[in-house]
Design a protein around this ligand. Structure first.
Ligand SMILES: [Zn+2]
Length: 78
């Protein structure tokens, strides 16, 4: 009997598009749906309005950031 603990991808895409695309999708989706704190009031009510725009529903604070995270991912120096 094999363990199903190591399942890493979400159900949404099923067997479509190939495994690497599904893994990337899962990673991005989890990052997007993560609970995060508002930089203004500290409440965990900040949600994405559209690409790069984040809004806190507790204090109506709007902030720009990355497409899938409030913080913009740092580019590696090379
Ligand atoms: Zn807030």
């Amino acid at each position: 009997m094999t363990s199903r603990k190591g399942k890493k991808t979400l159900k949404g895409l099923r067997q479509k598009y190939g495994s690497s695309v599904r893994k990337k999708y899962t990673k991005t989706f989890k990052l997007l749906k993560q609970k995060r704190q508002c930089p203004n009031c500290g409440a965990i009510k900040i949600k994405r309005l559209s690409k790069g725009i984040w809004k806190c529903y507790s204090c109506d604070f709007t902030v720009t950031g990355g497409a899938y995270d409030v913080k913009i991912p740092q580019l590696s120096k090379s």
